[in-house]
Ligand binder design. Structure first.
Ligand code: SF4
Length: 207
């Protein structure tokens, strides 16, 4: 258990132990600290280095898409998998075009791949009727398996639903980064709800 989100002193930002809470501060867990440092080897070290460079170069300058392209290029990732949501098909098309413009080879796969009916999931009929009869299910495991078979160097998530992204990340053999997440109400900008948590969304979020 740790308390970082509630920490007011945040000694880790300046490596100041006097400002690290005595209890429940992960910076005081030397065992995990050393283990995490030891794990910075091979591709993980390379990703850590290159993402630090992207952060430094792009900070308050590059948009997320520019950072994503720079990250792929710095890591020398040539073949990029884009796992996208059908609700963002047009946006995915533009996204792929921009990646290709920057010299990346892109393979893309939609969430509805395989055209499997939702009945396959065993959702009770009365619940299924709430949605659309015989709706095609999202198949994030299929997205991951297809990109695994194509030996992509890096997979990018583009607007997958909550939980579907979980399954994709769980089954992807290549490293994953997230470009966009699904929020059907807030134009895929879920943090907007946080900005309104003390105002218009208070009743919704703290009921
Ligand atoms: S690591 Fe420690 S000092 Fe840093 S935010 Fe978490 S509790 Fe605070």
């Amino acid at each position: 258990m740790s308390i970082c989100a509630k920490c007011v002193t945040r000694g880790c930002l300046t490596k100041d132990e006097t400002k690290m809470p005595k209890m429940l501060c992960p910076s005081r867990n030397k065992q995990i600290l050393e283990k995490s440092k030891d794990m910075h080897v091979g591709e993980d070290l390379m990703i850590a280095v290159q993402s630090a460079l992207v952060e430094a170069e792009g900070n308050t300058n590059w948009t997320r898409i520019q950072e994503t392209i720079a990250f792929a290029q710095k890591c020398n990732y040539k073949k990029i998998g884009v796992a996208f949501c059908t609700g963002l098909h047009e946006e995915a098309k533009v996204f792929v075009k921009i990646l290709e413009h920057h010299g990346l080879e892109v393979v893309s796969i939609v969430c509805k791949n395989g055209a499997i009916l939702k009945g396959f999931l065993g959702i009770p009929q009365e619940e299924k009727e709430v949605y659309i009869k015989n709706d095609i299910m999202c198949n994030p495991i299929g997205q991951a398996l297809a990109l695994n078979e194509l030996n992509t160097d890096l997979n990018i998530l583009f607007g997958l639903c909550v939980g579907h992204d979980t399954l994709f990340i769980k089954h992807s053999e290549s490293p994953v980064t997230v470009f966009a997440v699904k929020d059907r109400v807030l134009c895929h900008n879920p943090v907007a709800a946080i900005y309104q948590a003390d105002a218009y969304y208070k009743k919704k979020l703290f009921k």
